[in-house]
Structure formats: structure tokens, C-alpha cells
Design a protein around this ligand. Structure first.
Ligand code: PLP
Length: 476
């Protein structure tokens, strides 16, 4: 970063003097100011080259020659507004205050990029965080912990909430509270983030990896049914990429076969099945509040349950297995899986506007759909499956298998952090022993791209760039 003064020239300068400034600052541009530092215009090395070719002389004064059609930003512009003013031909722009004095400049650097996710923290998050900090209750007791558990469980329509340190510890805590351990089998889908299966292994139980439905990409209830054995204790339906599982079918199987259901809702806060929110169906249901999730606490998680007994059991296990009535008396070999009051403060503010967050993400997805929907080789994730209401986590599309990686490379070159789908768990060496094949998971995984969905980083220009990349029907 260079000092702004090295970019500034005076209206009284000659072309030669401006050229010297440009040569010295190495940025190819000079901001021309009037007395009082008011911005008058801009000259680039290209402008000077054109002037010389048109017969102007280096000793001429620049005043009549300065380009007065130029791009600038104001100190009141948001970062996003300023970035939007940059383009292929405008990489540096002056920033002026109310009196049109040059006070700073913005330089677009190639390292600026559209991140895969960008949390929306512009509500009361900071205010509550400072409040929690000032209260000095910065560990895992405090006003915001209780309130976050109450507010979020109420939002999901499930009476008890136990906040945890992250989503993985939430799933592990749930399995432990249900008494699942060595010798027990737990059914999980092949297409999910690895934390789902890792939590089963942390509990020393045996995961049974099954295939997904082609239409929803979620666990296939028929696959659950065919993989139940006398050892099966639970199933973890994952509402993957914001799409809720067929919970009617899953709960029906669980009742008939007498197994537990632990929903993994890490990617689907607010999704619904038959008007009922995910996180309220199973025996214990787990959320993550990692920074790339729909709402976040930085790191964090929560277990929801309808059962006061499971709620109590999880509270004990979360806090070293210590008795709630007798301090330093341990009833179980527990864990430290607590969330801090600081994280919960952020969470409370996030829950306050979860409906707004979901609405903005949904409208981002709509913009993608109207811009890219006409491309013949691009298929969007299904919306409107019977009884199911999905939410937007990432915007997910399928392309031809041979093109996927090339598209992602090109998107990254365009500074857009697109991601491939999760790899099917059973294809990784460490999980291979828990499954044979899962053709649907393999097919979907090979073709899937996750596109950024945060309203704070996705704008029409970003979507147009993505469209340009996806339009090139590259056969590789
Ligand atoms: C993110 C995620 C988790 C784990 O959450 P962490 O908070 O990162 O531990 C679990 N399951 C799924 C499906 C996820 O996407």
C-alpha cells in the first residue's frame, strides 16, 4: 500500500511532471487536484500516451487536458459499493470526502475475491457481544447462553436446546446421551460432510453408510430400511445443502424398527417438512453455527430435544459429566463441549433475524436461477419436493461430470470461490470399510458445484461472471 500523496498531482503541473509522478508511484495513474486538494480529474499513463500521439508536448500544462470523466468513490460508500465501481479498466480510484477533497484511494488487487461464504453480522451481533464481554461472563455461564438455547429451540419448535462448542460435538453428545457405543450400528448417508460419520466413530459405534435419493440428494428411506440389522441403534438423516430429508418416511421407519433418529441440521436451519421445522422431528437434533452456515456463532452447535431426560443428560455430559446438584461429583465420563456466552451473544442476534437472513439467501438463489436457468447443461437443486421446503445454504448446481473441475478452476481464476460437492464418504480410504457402493451419491458428487450464496458478496455482476464461465460449454 502506498501513501496517497504519491498519487496526487497539481492542476498547475505540466504533462512531464505528471509523467514523473506516475513513473515514481508505479501505479499508472495520477489524481489531479485543485488548490485546497479538491479533486479535479484523473490522468493515466495511457491518457498521456494518447495526448503525445495527438501532438501535445510534455511541457504543456495539464489543466485543459485532464480527463474529467472519471470514476471515484466517496468516504460514505460501503466497501461493496467501492468494489462494484472497479472494472477491467478501472483498478484504482480516488476516495473523496463531502468537500470533494481527496482523502484516500482504493486499489483493486487480484487477491480480492468472492468468498464461498460471508456471514451476515450487521445486526445486533456486535452490540450483544460487547455486552457479554463487559458483563465479564465470558465462559459458558451467562445470560446469552440461556437465551440462545431458548430462542433457537423455540424458533425450531422443539422445547429443549443444549448449546455446544460446535456441530461435531453436538452430534457426538447426542449419540453419547442416547447410550450409543461399541457394537452399535448407526446409519448415515454417503453424501455429507465428514463430521457426521466422524461423530459416530468418536462414539466408538459402527457407521453404516447408505445411498441417497437422486431427487433430493438426502438419505434414501428405502436404503435405511434395507440396512437395518439387530445392531442398528440410530439413523442420522442429514438435511444436506439446505434440503430437508423425507422425515415422514424416516420417522415411520424409526418407529416401526425402534431406532433413534438424530437429525443433522447443520446445513438447513429453518428448512421445513409439512410445515414443521427440521430439528424438531428426531430424538435429538443437531445444528452447527460454524461461520459458513446459515446462521453462525463463529464456532458453535446445538442439540434440540423434546425429552426433558435427554436434555438433562446432555447438560451433564457437556460439562465433564458433573452432577447438576452436587458440585465436583461426576456421574459419567463427560466432556467439555460447552459454548461460551460470547458466542451465544452473537447467536442471539443471529436468531433475531434468521427470517431476514433466509429471505435474502433465497432471493440470491432466485437471481442465480433466472440468470443461469437457461443454460442447458446446468441443473439446479430441486425445490418444491412434496411437503419439503428447502432453504438456501450454498446455491447448488449440477453440470456434466467431465466439466465440473474445469468450471471450478475457471471460477477460481475469476476470483469466485466455487467448491465441489462433498466426496461420497465410502470412496475415502478411512471410511471404505463401512459401505459397498452408493451410485446416486457418486453421480451427484461428481457433478455438483457449490456457489456462494451470501447476499453480502453475491451481486448481479458476480452472477454474470459465473454465467460467462458456465456458458462456455467446455468439453474436457
Ligand atoms: C458443518 C457440518 C457439521 C459440523 O459442524 P462443525 O460446527 O463444523 O463441527 C456436521 N454436519 C454437517 C452436515 C455439516 O455441514
Amino acid at each position: 500500500m502506498i501513501n496517497i500523496n504519491r498519487l496526487i498531482c497539481n492542476i498547475g503541473n505540466t504533462l512531464l511532471e505528471v509523467l514523473e509522478t506516475i513513473n515514481e508511484n508505479g501505479r499508472g495513474i495520477a489524481f489531479v487536484v485543485e488548490p485546497g486538494n479538491r479533486l479535479h480529474g484523473i490522468l493515466t499513463d495511457g491518457d498521456i500516451r494518447r495526448l503525445l500521439l495527438n501532438g501535445h508536448q510534455l511541457h504543456e500544462h495539464i489543466q485543459p487536458l485532464v480527463n474529467k470523466e472519471f470514476v471515484y468513490a466517496r468516504t460514505t460508500d460501503s466497501y461493496r459499493d467501492i468494489v462494484a465501481k472497479t472494472s477491467d479498466s478501472v483498478k484504482i480510484l480516488p476516495i473523496v470526502d463531502d468537500d470533494f477533497q481527496v482523502v484516500d484511494f482504493f486499489e483493486f488487487s487480484p487477491s480480492l475475491f468472492v468468498p464461498a461464504a460471508y456471514p451476515m453480522l450487521n445486526g445486533s451481533e456486535f452490540k450483544y457481544l460487547v455486552d457479554a464481554f463487559m458483563s465479564s461472563w465470558i465462559s459458558s455461564t451467562g445470560y446469552y447462553i440461556d437465551r440462545f438455547e431458548k430462542d433457537f429451540s423455540q424458533y425450531c419448535g422443539c422445547p429443549h436446546g443444549v448449546a455446544t462448542s460446535n456441530g461435531t460435538t453436538a452430534i457426538h453428545l447426542a449419540l453419547e446421551a442416547l447410550g450409543i457405543g461399541p457394537g452399535d450400528e448407526v446409519i448415515v448417508p454417503s453424501l455429507t460432510f465428514a463430521a457426521t460419520v466422524n461423530a459416530v466413530l468418536h462414539a466408538n459405534a459402527t457407521p453404516v453408510i447408505v445411498d441417497i435419493e437422486k431427487k433430493s440428494w438426502c438419505i434414501d428411506p428405502k436404503e435405511i430400511e434395507t440396512h437395518i440389522t439387530p445392531k442398528t441403534k440410530a439413523v442420522i438423516p442429514v438435511h444436506v445443502y439446505g434440503q430437508p430429508c423425507d422425515m415422514e418416511a424416516v420417522m415411520d421407519i424409526a418407529r416401526r424398527k425402534n431406532i433413534y433418529v438424530v437429525e443433522d441440521c447443520a446445513e438447513a436451519h429453518g428448512a421445513e417438512v409439512n410445515g414443521q421445522k427440521v430439528g424438531s422431528f428426531g430424538h435429538i437434533n443437531c445444528f452447527s453455527f460454524f461461520a459458513n452456515k446459515i446462521i453462525t456463532t463463529g464456532e458453535g452447535g446445538m442439540c434440540l430435544t423434546h425429552s426433558p431426560e435427554l436434555d438433562e443428560r446432555m447438560r451433564v455430559l457437556r460439562d465433564h459429566g458433573m452432577s447438576k446438584s452436587k458440585k465436583y461429583w461426576h456421574e459419567a465420563v463427560g466432556y467439555n463441549y460447552r459454548m461460551t456466552n460470547l458466542q451465544a451473544a452473537v447467536g442471539v442476534a443471529q436468531v433475531e433475524r434468521i427470517t431476514e437472513v433466509l429471505g435474502s439467501r433465497d432471493s440470491v438463489e432466485n437471481q442465480y436461477r433466472s440468470a443461469l436457468g437457461t443454460l442447458p447443461h446446468v441443473r439446479f437443486q430441486q425445490r418444491g419436493l412434496r411437503g419439503r421446503k428447502k432453504v438456501t445454504w450454498f446455491v447448488c448446481i449440477l453440470v456434466e461430470p467431465g466439466q465440473r473441475d474445469l468450471f471450478i478452476t475457471k471460477l477460481k481464476e475469476a476470483r469466485i470461490d466455487a467448491r465441489p460437492f462433498f466426496y461420497p464418504l465410502h470412496q475415502m480410504a478411512i471410511y471404505k470399510q463401512y459401505r459397498g457402493t452408493a451410485p446416486n451419491a457418486e453421480d451427484i458428487s461428481r457433478r455438483g458445484i457449490m456457489l456462494p450464496a451470501s447476499p453480502l458478496v453475491v451481486n448481479p455482476e458476480v452472477i454474470q461472471t459465473i454465467k460467462q464461465v458456465l456458458k462456455q460449454d467446455n468439453k474436457s
